[in-house]
Design a protein around this ligand. Structure first.
Ligand code: FAD
Length: 396
């Protein structure tokens, strides 16, 4: 009988995996033995890291959007619909349209969302670049600021050992901000204060979520005059007085608060009953090797929805997608999964407006910080402007 593979979410994870699956299973698709369907709640696909460039007036945002249908191989059915319920006994996902999508295998890839409401005053007093709207608002404020202080804060999920979206983004944007202000001739009049919470995954009292990078950051920040403070776990903002308060009892005044806000899984996942993450954060309990949702043999997940200790990043998904696609293809062909994820993450961090640093780590080994370079920035620009779309199509 024909097997149905359903992918929920047409972002980086869903798109790469749908295309990889279609390629691997083309023989069976041609014989009408397999059907691949994707549902996503948007007709459009956003290259999310592009928002960082919008915040510093280096892009308008339109260059980072494509119609989702154009990114998928023609063999994949694509429907715009919002998943509202999953029934793991009857093996179906229900869409907001009322449609029932039956599956033999389902891949849950709905990413995560910003949850600013979880910190009192942050919505009114803070800014963030993790969405295009947020980045545009921030860009406008940067355009108006002529002197004062930009405060950088970072929040982590309460679920132990789960990172926020794109672990390196707060450092990338702090250094991009320094370069941007220098370009504008404003750097001497605007102070940048980078703060980090007390507990950041495995690191306590550091400046980054991994030890080796945390240790080199003071020398990098000293070199560009960025002030820094560890153990500042943001827990309240006074938007009128423009003061940020920490759980540790400190307060810092700001003119602009550039925050990495709390993140949670999407509503559909939080209400699915599949997660037991603390504080209703909704991260899916994920087998670190097979990438199956724990306790379910025919449910896979990857990308920002998982509870794994690796970065919620495209550079992670690029290494997870083949594991999921190979495992589903093997289960269909041989009856068992064959691949195992080792926690690998590969990316190029944008360390300032014209410097790129390769990142490479896995479950066992942390990133080894290396000097950033213009060549790195050139490759990163190539990824932003074109390679990403090839990667989403499963070509790179
Ligand atoms: C500012 C910023 C900078 C970043 N920088 C980097 C970087 O430098 N390097 C890097 O590797 N990564 C970076 N990332 C992270 C990277 O973009 C994400 O990790 C990646 O996009 C996550 O992919 P995903 O498919 O899990 O989620 P998404 O790309 O968010 O896709 C989720 C999809 O699910 C859909 N969806 C949501 N709910 C439903 C529902 N109920 N039903 C149907 N569809 C639904 C959405 O419309 C969307 O299409 C950055 C992210 C941001 C925001």
């Amino acid at each position: 009988m024909k097997k149905r593979i359903l992918i929920v979410g047409g972002g980086t994870a869903g798109t790469m995996t749908a295309n990889n699956l279609a390629k691997k299973l083309m023989y069976e698709i041609d014989k009408d033995e397999i059907e691949i369907t994707m549902i996503s709640n948007s007709k459009y696909h956003y290259y999310r890291p592009g928002a960082m460039y919008v915040a510093f007036h280096k892009a308008s945002g339109q260059e980072f959007v494509r119609e989702q249908r154009t990114l998928l191989m023609p063999e994949i059915n694509f429907l715009v619909d919002e998943a509202v319920q999953i029934d793991t006994n009857e093996n179906f996902v229900k869409g907001k349209s009322g449609t029932i999508y039956k599956y033999d295998f389902v891949i849950l890839a709905t990413g995560c969302e910003v949850a600013v409401d979880r910190i009192p005053g942050l919505k009114e007093g803070g800014d963030w670049f993790y969405s295009y709207d947020g980045a545009k608002k921030l860009a406008k404020k940067f355009g108006q600021l002529k002197k004062g202080r930009v405060l950088v804060t970072v929040n982590f999920p309460k679920t132990p050992n789960v990172p926020h979206q794109c672990g390196i983004a707060p450092i990338e944007t702090t250094i991009m901000l320094h370069d941007h202000l220098k370009e504008q001739g404003l750097r001497d009049d605007i102070e940048i204060v980078y703060t980090y919470p007390k507990v950041a995954q495995a690191v306590t009292d550091g400046l980054f979520l991994q030890g080796p990078t945390s240790k080199v950051l003071p020398s990098i920040f000293d070199g560009i005059g960025v002030k820094y403070k560890t153990s500042f776990t943001l827990n309240k903002v006074d938007p009128d007085k423009k003061i940020a308060y920490s759980q540790e009892g400190e307060e810092i005044e700001f003119d602009i608060l550039m925050s990495t806000p709390p993140f949670i899984a999407t509503k559909f996942i939080r209400e699915s009953g599949l997660s037991k993450a603390v504080d209703d954060e909704g991260w899916l309990p994920t087998d670190k090797k097979t990438l199956k949702v724990k306790g379910y043999d025919n449910i896979y997940t990857l990308g920002d929805t998982v509870d794994l200790p690796v970065s919620k990043a495209g550079g992670t998904i690029h290494n997870q997608t083949d594991v999921v696609a190979d495992n589903i293809a093997s289960e269909i062909r041989y009856g068992y999964p064959t691949e195992s994820y080792d926690g690998k993450v590969i990316a190029i961090a944008q360390m300032g407006l014209s410097c790129g640093m390769p990142l490479w780590y896995d479950y066992k080994e942390d990133v080894k910080p290396t000097p950033c370079s213009k060549l790195g920035s050139f490759v990163r620009k190539g990824f932003n402007m074109g390679i990403y779309w090839a990667a989403a199509r499963g070509m790179v």
